[in-house]
Design a protein around this ligand. Structure first.
Ligand SMILES: Cc1ncc(COP(=O)(O)O)c(C=O)c1O
Length: 371
């Protein structure tokens, strides 16, 4: 048996007629740049998440960069975790700011808010909590920190479509607790396009108007530029595809939950493995199913030899990336994140996985540890 880590073709064949029609409609009618499918998708995301405003962008990295620029992170210090995708820090560094790295919680893998507080200086301007893999960062602690030190909050919710968390007594969708939230619709994401796509969400009208203008070169009206912005629009074809996918998202999320539950039952009694833990009253979405595994690299090779797709998120923490050498960090500076980089392994997870495939993955893992 061959088990892909991720496979977009199964979903396409399930809803082929809907995808083909959505794509053909765009091509037949034009409107390739900011066509009506873009605003329809923005409205549908607002309805799904409860956001007041949404601005589609070319990808999640641009969404982070635009939001960082508007929040004034140019030349500022901004807290961001070391265990995350590169874009959570490059959005600050690209603006001449300093990503102030923090360690993460060993169970949730998200920003350690106590460590973050210790790194605040008079130059700190904001916090970028990242909601990773299946759950949100501790947003109650994050918002307390932000209020205490007068910091803005840019939620990197790139991986967090569908996740919500309890913050000050109420559940809110990821991305709606801070000033801005950002989604990525990279193909593998819970809501994934057939190419690059991203989005900024907010409940603040002024921040919404600015984000809308920043994605079209800072124009407030065609050829009238109030700001020096970016060219980062959500492509109409991608929006049309995302509209189809969003209509089926509840089913996709519950299938992921079923697969996670099955993995948990199958792997529960293997002492060399730790299963994901949910913290801080989070309502999780299983975007990625990561285990912590002893002998991770050998297990990874063994699974690959069995034609099982896996992924290592993330092999190198951000403070040890070559491009950040200038910051002078060393191995040992962020011990929790460094340990995670050596132990975490992501197993196949997408809605169309079959029970037989999950059984094969789990039996192969068991066999590896019985050798
Ligand atoms: C945590 C995180 N932040 C930012 C991004 C960037 O999103 P994109 O790939 O759409 O630019 C991603 C996705 O790859 C991500 O996982």
């Amino acid at each position: 048996m061959k088990v892909p880590f991720y496979d977009a073709t199964r979903e396409y064949s399930d809803y082929k007629a809907e995808f083909d029609k959505a794509i053909a409609d765009v091509i037949a009618k034009g409107g390739f740049i900011l066509g009506k499918q873009v605003s329809e998708f923005e409205e549908a995301v607002c309805k799904f998440t409860g956001a007041k405003y949404a601005v589609g962008t070319a990808n999640g990295s641009d969404a982070l960069l635009i939001a960082s620029d508007i929040l004034g992170y140019r030349n500022a210090e901004v807290l961001t975790p070391v265990f995350t995708f590169f874009a959570s820090a490059s959005c600050i560094a690209l603006l001449g700011g300093k990503p102030v790295f923090t360690d993460v919680d060993e169970d949730s893998f998200c920003m350690d808010m106590k460590d973050a507080e210790n790194r605040i200086t008079k130059n700190t301007k904001g916090i970028v909590p990242v909601h990773l893999f299946l759950q949100c960062a501790d947003m109650t602690a994050c918002m307390d920190l932000a209020a205490k030190h007068k910091l803005s909050v840019l939620e990197d919710a790139a991986e967090a479509f569908g996740m919500s968390t309890l913050c000050n007594g109420a559940y809110k969708h990821a991305g709606l607790i801070g000033d801005y939230g950002v989604f990525s619709f990279f193909p593998t994401k819970t809501l994934g396009a057939y190419g690059d796509a991203g989005m900024i969400i907010t409940n603040n009208e002024e921040l919404y108007q600015k984000a809308k203008s920043f994605r079209t070169h800072g124009a407030t009206k065609k050829y009238h530029h109030d700001y020096i912005g970016y060219n980062s629009r959500l492509d109409t074809l991608q929006a049309a595809i995302l509209n189809v996918k969003l209509a089926h998202i509840d089913n996709a999320i519950s299938k992921r939950a079923e697969h996670a539950a099955h993995y948990r039952v199958m792997l529960n009694d293997i002492p060399a493995i730790k299963l994901p833990q949910i913290k801080n009253a989070n309502k999780e979405v299983n975007y990625v199913f990561c285990i912590k595994a002893e002998k991770r690299d050998e297990l990874d090779s063994f699974l690959k030899s069995r034609e099982i797709g896996t992924s290592i998120y993330y092999p190198v923490p951000l403070h040890l990336q070559k491009c950040f050498d200038y910051m002078g960090h060393r191995k040992g500076d962020f011990p929790v994140a460094e340990k995670l980089c050596e132990t975490v392994l992501a197993l196949p997870m997408f809605p169309e996985l079959t029970v037989d495939e999950i059984n094969y993955v789990c039996e192969s893992i068991r066999e590896f540890y019985q050798k």
